[in-house]
Design a protein around this ligand. Structure first.
Ligand code: ADE
Length: 260
């Protein structure tokens, strides 16, 4: 299997060419900057997911669907105002072309600061789907008819405005591929990570036992597995209560009487 590097405005760049007989989550990414994804998709867990045949990534440059001499993808907003708006035609044509490449219809996702807040639960939901089409925009935003016509799930990665949806698309891809069965090994499994059950992770320590006078808690060196498990759960509750009162409130609601 080869993982190539997407450059410039190549029309349909696939980073992965393994046979499609395997159960692989297909990601189609529509962007004006496919090159932003090259190192991300060819590094670490997203790369491993592709190598193991669990995910494949197809990048499409929206500008390849521009029809005028200037290869325009945006225009001034009707009604006036600052900035430029992503036009319908290039995005609709790109979506049509990409969707035809595979029989499986995708779940369409539009990355926008106006979308629902992306979280672990959504990542788990998306990881169960066979195909995801991510649309990353630039400029001041999208023509409203892109949302009205394509009816995508609109996702935001947080209440701040990025220069484009690409980083948000990478966040979604990363959170999803690490959940695909067989992508993480047993040694780095996702099951007991932060958010898996509504609590943040317990503190972790590695060698040395004494670093500049800061010691590893004795219980972790005791070899007593039930004492370690008890300590870790207590720590997770304490940390969640202290650092994420919002998560702690949800956790308590689900499991009354679970307080520390
Ligand atoms: N595009 C610009 N800002 C964004 C955000 N916070 N989330 C998703 N897409 C975006």
């Amino acid at each position: 299997m080869t993982i190539g590097v997407a450059v410039g405005s190549q029309t349909h760049v696939s980073l992965n060419h393994h046979p499609s007989i395997t159960m692989s989550l297909r990601f189609d990414i529509l962007t004006l900057f496919p090159e932003m994804f090259s190192s991300f998709l060819t590094t670490s867990i997203p790369k491993r997911a592709a190598e193991k045949g669990k995910a494949d990534y197809h990048l499409t440059n929206i500008r390849d669907f521009a029809t005028d001499a200037h290869l325009s993808v945006d225009d001034k907003p009707f009604g006036g105002g600052p900035g430029m708006v992503m036009m319908c035609q290039t995005i609709f044509d790109a979506v049509d072309a990409v969707e035809k490449q595979d029989q499986q219809p995708p779940t369409r996702i539009l990355l926008t600061p106006q979308g629902s807040r992306f979280d672990q639960k959504m990542a788990e939901d998306l990881a169960k789907r066979p195909r995801l089409l991510l649309i990353a925009g630039r400029y001041e935003g999208f023509d409203q008819r892109i949302s009205d016509g394509l009816k995508p799930i609109e996702l935001s990665i947080g209440d701040y405005v990025l220069s484009g949806g690409e980083l948000a698309a990478m966040v979604v891809i990363d959170a999803v591929v690490r959940l695909l069965p067989g992508v993480l090994g047993a040694e780095d499994g996702a099951a007991d990570e932060t958010f898996a059950d509504g609590l943040i992770e317990h503190p972790q320590y590695t060698r040395p036992r004494d670093f500049r006078g800061m010691l590893v808690p004795d219980v972790l060196l005791s070899g007593n597995h039930s004492a370690i498990a008890k300590w870790r759960l207590e720590q997770r509750k304490l940390k969640t209560k202290e650092k994420r009162p919002d998560l702690w409130a949800q956790y308590e609601e689900k499991q009354p009487g679970s307080g520390t």
